[in-house]
Design a protein around this ligand. Structure first.
Ligand SMILES: C[S@@+](CC[C@H](N)C(=O)[O-])C[C@H]1O[C@@H](n2cnc3c(N)ncnc32)[C@H](O)[C@@H]1O
Length: 185
């Protein structure tokens, strides 16, 4: 029987059921980039329908504004991909996104979809957002997680990027709680 890609993968993570369905649909047949993966929930949601996902995370948490368990999650991440049968569709880059300039040296522009859910300070969200936008092909899409009042730095960074690059904003999930997603295209 075919997998229903709207179903929640059996792994711990920080995106809602609605967002899993949105990511699965947005990623279908696409070359995807993900910045911020934690234990792989959003990665798996995309990889189940995507052509391929390249993801970047240092797997040691995000500081006081988000995940900061102190746990090294890369082994859990890899085990979760295997459990969900998507290991071969995911290329994982373990690096600190503070070093985004390095990523620009070995990644090329051309992703159809980028999903940004790394650090949630203004500085990190702005840096991650710019990297994601720069690596997405013309006509592609960047989706940000946590565009909501709980993360004012994310809102400011996304709004600034949208204004700077002339991208249209579209809210994909509700404005309350901590699950809002904003799409730039
Ligand atoms: C909110 S979690 C991602 C949640 C994930 N998308 C999910 O579906 O559960 C943020 C992730 O970003 C990563 N991260 C935060 N700051 C980072 C940085 N400077 N470099 C690399 N990864 C970072 C953390 O290690 C963490 O795994």
């Amino acid at each position: 029987m075919a997998t229903d890609y709207r179903l929640r993968p059996p792994v711990e993570g920080l995106i809602s059921d609605d967002e899993i369905a949105i990511l699965a649909e947005a990623a279908e047949g696409k070359l995807c980039l993900e910045l911020g993966s934690y234990k792989g929930l959003s990665t798996i949601a995309m990889a189940r329908t995507a052509l391929m996902v390249v993801n970047i995370d240092h797997f040691v948490g995000s500081g006081p504004t988000a995940v900061d368990s102190g746990e090294d999650t890369v082994a859990v991440f890899r085990a979760n991909l295997a459990k969900c049968g998507v290991s071969r569709k995911v290329v994982t880059i373990v690096m600190n996104l503070h070093d985004a300039d390095w990523a620009r040296r070995f990644l090329r522009r051309g992703y159809d979809l980028a999903f940004v859910d790394g650090g949630h300070t203004f500085e990190q969200a702005a840096s991650d957002g710019k990297l994601a936008w720069d690596l997405t092909r013309p006509g592609g899409t960047v989706i940000f997680h946590d565009y909501n009042p709980g993360f004012p730095g994310v809102i400011a960074a996304v709004d600034q990027l949208a204004a700077k690059v002339g991208a249209a904003k579209c809210r994909l999930t509700g404005s309350r709680g901590d699950t809002s997603m904003m799409r730039l295209a």
